[in-house]
Design a protein around this ligand. Structure first.
Ligand code: MG
Length: 275
């Protein structure tokens, strides 16, 4: 073999090795990508609001008990009035009614939001769907608890009322169904105890920490430190857009007169509260 032939063979061999390395790199990237896409089957296996997504098992909660706010909590609704709230997005008074220690949604009056803004927090809220309401999937018995006015934990009658799993009571709407379904029947009070940690964004509005939610529903863990995919969206994958580290707690007027009582919040960490 001449020197020229040897160089040619060596060059071909080097090119071949480079091709192998490039191919393996692409293969590894593809495997990693598929691995990421399948890393959480709860999200990527199903379309948003997919009716074939399995319904969580029904769990009968223990007897309801009255929960009082701890001494360091900020009471958002103690039964007297909604002075801690305004019509969402405005300074106008909250348009919902208060009677006998219970706040009731006045259909069409709009969402209500806390006048104070909060960051990471623990929230307790009790809600009830009156027996006379007719529930049909998302219609008739729907409200919602929002953090930063944009991340919704669904409030809905999910006792005998079937809807898509990522839209039932205790779901992170459009993202994660609850692990089980401990919803009490219409006419009975339900409780949510939530630990919410908000997202963080860098100076160029990039996300550096996703929001997380832990939810105990009627004493049953249904969301365990779950990372939100982004702000709540209907019929679309959620995405994040930059916002301050604190924001209002919001309750949804979905047109149905659900009832609320005993709402309190404990700010956690830093930042805690902004006026
Ligand atoms: Mg809702």
């Amino acid at each position: 073999m001449t020197n020229t032939s040897k160089r040619s063979v060596r060059t071909t061999s080097i090119q071949y090795n480079i091709q192998i390395v490039i191919s393996l790199t692409f293969l590894a990237a593809a495997v990693a990508s598929v691995g990421f896409m399948q890393s959480d089957d709860r999200v990527f296996k199903y379309a948003v609001h997919d009716m074939t997504r399995p319904q969580p098992a029904i769990v009968t909660p223990g007897p309801a008990c009255i929960s009082s706010a701890p001494s360091d909590a900020i009471v958002l609704f103690g039964g007297k009035d909604l002075s801690a709230w305004s019509k969402a997005g405005s300074d106008a008074p909250a348009g919902w009614s208060v009677k006998d220690g219970v706040a009731t949604i006045t259909a069409g009056s709009g969402n209500i939001a806390t006048r104070q803004s909060f960051g990471d927090c623990q929230v307790h809220i009790e809600w009830m769907v009156p027996v006379e309401l007719k529930c049909d999937s998302q219609h008739g018995c729907n409200s919602g608890l929002f953090f930063h006015s944009r991340y919704e934990i669904q409030i809905l009658n999910s006792s005998g009322n079937v809807t898509y799993a990522d839209g039932m009571a205790g779901s992170l709407y459009g993202q994660y169904p609850p692990m089980v379904n401990p919803c009490r029947p219409q006419g009975e009070w339900n409780t949510y105890d939530v630990v919410f940690r908000g997202p963080r964004f860098d100076a160029s509005a990039g996300i550096v920490r996703t929001a997380t939610v832990t939810l105990i529903f009627n004493g049953v863990l249904v969301q365990d430190d779950v990372e939100l995919l982004g702000a709540t969206a209907h019929g679309a994958r959620a995405t994040y857009s930059s916002h301050p580290d604190t924001g209002p707690i919001m309750l949804q007027d979905h047109g149905d007169p659900l009832k609320f009582r005993n709402i309190w919040i404990r700010p956690l960490g830093n930042p805690q509260v902004s006026e």
